[in-house]
Design a protein around this ligand. Structure first.
Ligand SMILES: O=C(O)c1ccccc1N[C@@H]1O[C@H](COP(=O)(O)O)[C@@H](O)[C@H]1O
Length: 210
């Protein structure tokens, strides 16, 4: 059975790190975008990373950040993967000596094959819902039929995923991984541990349909 990888994004406290680790997620996302309700400071992020068990990947999320800010974060926080969620060009993304993924907000008319070719150096593409004026974490899904068949097995699916739709999303798209933030929250920036557990159950249910 193929196992869909899971990233849970926007963690802000030790209890959430523990809940996500126990639930069996593969990766946690720490948001360094200052406008996000889930933003963490460098000191918070370092403490959260120190709490991570082995084999759970720490992902740092940035949105069009000043490169020096990314570098300073990397000097102090042991991030293993970078997630660029803005309009960063490939040369920017590749400049930090870390593996990286590029988030693509699914604007009308976007040609994903061309985006994949442009970001050939990325470890992967993460597809998220487009809403004008919002960088991400909208809690809204997009039309999964827009994802070309040839790319489905390598993408990370995001945008409006939740315990009650993730199994159907996996069955329909068969992505490499899924990423969730708002769908496992009690309120903005506060994770709900029962929802995290239910989300992981939904992922396993979806995996049985792959
Ligand atoms: O989580 C945020 O606050 C955030 C802020 C800026 C850019 C991206 C952000 N989160 C990412 O958005 C997607 C979808 O989130 P949701 O599940 O729809 O709430 C996900 O990749 C998060 O990593």
């Amino acid at each position: 059975m193929i196992r869909t990888r899971v990233k849970i994004c926007g963690l802000t406290c030790a209890a959430d790190i523990d809940a996500v680790s126990v639930a069996g997620a593969d990766a946690v996302g720490l948001v360094f975008h200052p406008d996000s309700p889930r933003a963490v400071s460098i000191a918070q992020a370092r403490a959260l990373c120190e709490r991570l068990p082995p084999f759970v990947t720490a992902v740092g999320l940035f949105v069009d950040a000043d490169p020096e800010r990314v570098r300073e974060t990397l000097r102090q926080v042991p991030l293993e993967l970078l997630q660029f969620h803005g309009e960063e060009p490939p040369e920017y993304c590749a400049a930090f000596a870390r593996r990286w993924i590029k988030a693509v907000r699914m604007r009308p008319g976007i040609l994903l094959e061309a985006v994949r070719a442009r970001y050939a150096g990325a470890a992967g593409l993460l597809l998220d819902t487009y809403r004008a004026g919002v960088a991400g974490g909208t809690g809204e899904r997009f039309d999964w039929a827009r994802i070309p068949q040839a790319l489905r097995g390598e993408i990370v699916l995001a945008g409006g995923l939740a315990p009650d739709n993730v199994a159907a999303a996996i069955a329909a798209v068969r992505p490499f991984g899924v990423d969730v933030s708002g769908g496992v929250e009690a309120s903005k920036g506060v994770k709900d541990h029962a929802k995290i557990s239910a989300f992981m159950t939904g992922v396993r249910d979806g995996d049985r349909c792959r």
